[in-house]
Design a protein around this ligand. Structure first.
Ligand SMILES: Nc1ncnc2c1ncn2[C@@H]1O[C@H](COP(=O)(O)OP(=O)(O)O)[C@@H](O)[C@H]1O
Ligand SMILES: [Mg+2]
Length: 289
C-alpha cells in the first residue's frame, strides 16, 4: 500500500511539473500562430504593392515613350518585338534601339520613414539593361536608402517608382552592405535565397562548377574548413571573415547569374584586384550592375 501511495505521489508531482511545460507549449504555439498570421498578412500587402508597382510601370513608360500602335501584320510584329537569349522581350520601332527598362523613377523624393529629412530630391532615372550605374556620395547621404526604395522596403515620399522584372534571383539580386548569411551547408549559403530540395540533390556537375568558382575566388581553404560543400558547419561568428562573407555573396551572384545586381559597398572588405576580378566576372555573365 505504501508503495502505491509513493508511486501516486510521484506521478502527481510529475503531473504538476508537466503543467508548467504545457503552459509554455501553449504560449509558444500562440506566438507561432501569431507569426504565421502576420506573415500571411504581409504577403497579401506585398502582393497588392507588387500589383500597384507593375501598373505604375506601364503607366510611367507610356508617359515617357507614348503609347505605341500595336503592329498589325506578322512582319511588323517581328520587327517590333525583340527577344534575346534570356527570354527578355523588349519594344523597339524599326530603326530604334530596343529599350529594356527594369526600373523607372519619376520625380522621386526619398525621406527615411517617419522623418522629413530629404535624402533624394526629385530624381528621374531609368535603369536599363547593360547600362551599368555607379552611385557615389558621402557616408549617410542616402545611397543605401535609394536601394531600399528600389527594393520596395521603403516607399518614396513623392513621385513614382515602377519595375518590370519577374520575382526571383534570376532577375535581380541585392547584395547589402552587411552580408546576410543563412543556416545549412556551404552549398545552401551559395544557392540562397533558394532552398535545398532534399528530393532533388545537386548534380555532380553543379558541385564541380561551384568548386571551380570557389577556387577562382581564392576561397580554397573554406570548403575544407566547412567539412565539404554539403556539410553543415553550424556557422559560428568566427568561422568566416568579413571578406569571406562578401566573397560568398559573390558566389551567390555567380551561381544565379541574375540580369541585374545591386551592390551596396559589397566589396569593402576586399582588395582592389579581387574587386576588379569580381566585376569582370559579372560582366562576363552579362549582369548589369
Ligand atoms: N530606418 C531609418 N529611419 C530613419 N532614418 C534612417 C533609417 N535608415 C537610415 N536612416 C538615415 O538615413 C540617412 C541615409 O542613410 P543611408 O542611405 O544608409 O546612407 P549611405 O549613403 O551611407 O548608404 C542616414 O542619416 C541614416 O541615419
Ligand atoms: Mg550605405
Amino acid at each position: 500500500n505504501s508503495f502505491l501511495c509513493m508511486s501516486l505521489m510521484f506521478s502527481f508531482s510529475q503531473l504538476v511539473d508537466l503543467t508548467s511545460s504545457v503552459v509554455e507549449l501553449s504560449g509558444v504555439t500562440h506566438r507561432v500562430s501569431q507569426l504565421i498570421e502576420k506573415l500571411n498578412e504581409l504577403q497579401v500587402e506585398w502582393d497588392l504593392q507588387e500589383l500597384q508597382v507593375s501598373s505604375s510601370f506601364s503607366n510611367l513608360t507610356k508617359k515617357r515613350y507614348g503609347s505605341r500602335k500595336f503592329p498589325t501584320s506578322e512582319e511588323e510584329r517581328r520587327e517590333i518585338l525583340h527577344e534575346n537569349g534570356n527570354g527578355e522581350i523588349s519594344l523597339a520601332l524599326r530603326d530604334e534601339q530596343p529599350i529594356n527598362i527594369a526600373f523607372i523613377f519619376n520625380n522621386v523624393t526619398i525621406t527615411p520613414p517617419e522623418s522629413d529629412r530629404i535624402l533624394v530630391k526629385e530624381l528621374t532615372l531609368e535603369i536599363t539593361r547593360q547600362n551599368h550605374l555607379l552611385v557615389m556620395g558621402p557616408s549617410s547621404s542616402g545611397k543605401s536608402s535609394l536601394l531600399r526604395v528600389i527594393r520596395g522596403l521603403w516607399t518614396s515620399k513623392e513621385g513614382s517608382v515602377g519595375h518590370n522584372l519577374p520575382p526571383g534571383p534570376k532577375a535581380v539580386i541585392f547584395l547589402p552592405q552587411k552580408p546576410i548569411m543563412t543556416n545549412g551547408s556551404l552549398y545552401e549559403q551559395i544557392i540562397y535565397p533558394l532552398r535545398l530540395d532534399k528530393n532533388n540533390p545537386p548534380s555532380e556537375e553543379t558541385l564541380q562548377e561551384i568548386l571551380k568558382t570557389i577556387d577562382e575566388l581564392l576561397l580554397h581553404g573554406l570548403v575544407e574548413r566547412c567539412g565539404g560543400l554539403l556539410n553543415d558547419p553550424h556557422w559560428r561568428d568566427d568561422i568566416l571573415s568579413p571578406g569571406e562573407m562578401q566573397r560568398i555573396c559573390f558566389l551567390r551572384l555567380f551561381y544565379h547569374k541574375p540580369q541585374y545586381a545591386f551592390l551596396d559597398e559589397s566589396t569593402s572588405g576586399l582588395s582592389l584586384e579581387v574587386e576588379e576580378y569580381l566585376y569582370s566576372v559579372c560582366l562576363k555573365y552579362g549582369i548589369t550592375l
